[in-house]
Design a protein around this ligand. Structure first.
Ligand SMILES: [Zn+2]
Length: 215
């Protein structure tokens, strides 16, 4: 059944080795190992769930989705994200949402990869998308390496009012410094939301950690 979720059959989604299931046993073991280390952490009592390191096959998936515009990958990625998330929670969120992109940036790319992941996750757990937050376009983070990312991102988001008693799960593709997540938290807090958690596909790690864990 799971194989029908994926475009290429009989190939590990992560390392491309030929297997009978969508993810090979080696990648699956590594993922469990990583999730034991980094799977869940809390920031101001709002949980962050991480599916994988931003590394090797996981990094490639993000690139193919984002820049290769291979949006067909989102379903499989959503499945991996949920598998990690469901191990750590007692009850499902009421709403699924995503980290927004600026309007101009989204128009240039043609889509927001976090929104696509959120939609796939929403379908799998039968939850609606909240569309609670908006973001202003900002100066490219890459062209401003010298400027603190935190400063660039600060006050670029705002949230709509909504039922603050609902629990919301926010989806994002990559966690780098956490500045964007903190800004999303700020926007939601301002509107009084209290039950918010985050599910992120990949987390950037220090090279030395990656070498220790995955060599
Ligand atoms: Zn594999």
């Amino acid at each position: 059944m799971l194989n029908s979720l994926f475009q290429k059959k009989n190939i590990c989604f992560i390392c491309n080795s030929s297997v009978t299931s969508f993810i090979c046993s080696r990648c699956s073991e590594r993922m469990v190992f990583y999730q034991n280390l980094r799977g869940r952490c809390s920031f101001k009592k709002w949980d962050l769930h991480f599916t994988a390191p931003y590394h090797q096959g996981y990094k490639r998936l993000i690139w193919d989705l984002k820049f290769g515009k291979n949006t067909g990958l989102a379903k499989g990625m959503a499945y991996l994200m949920l598998e990690c998330y469901l191990k750590n929670i007692d009850r499902l969120p009421d709403l699924v949402d995503y980290v927004p992109m600026g309007r101009i940036k989204e128009k240039q790319r043609g889509f927001n990869q976090s929104k696509i992941l959120a939609e796939e996750i929403g379908k799998l757990i039968n939850r609606n998308i909240g569309n609670l937050t908006k973001r202003e376009d900002q100066v490219s983070l890459y062209r401003n390496r010298k400027v603190d990312r935190e400063v660039l991102v600060k006050d670029t988001m705002c949230a709509k009012s909504g039922d603050v008693n609902k629990s919301i799960l926010i989806i994002d593709d990559v966690y780098t410094t956490g500045a964007t997540i903190r800004e999303t938290m700020r926007a939601l807090r301002v509107k009084g939301f209290e039950k918010v958690s985050f599910l992120i596909f990949a987390r950037q790690e220090k090279q030395e950690n990656l070498e220790n864990w995955f060599s």
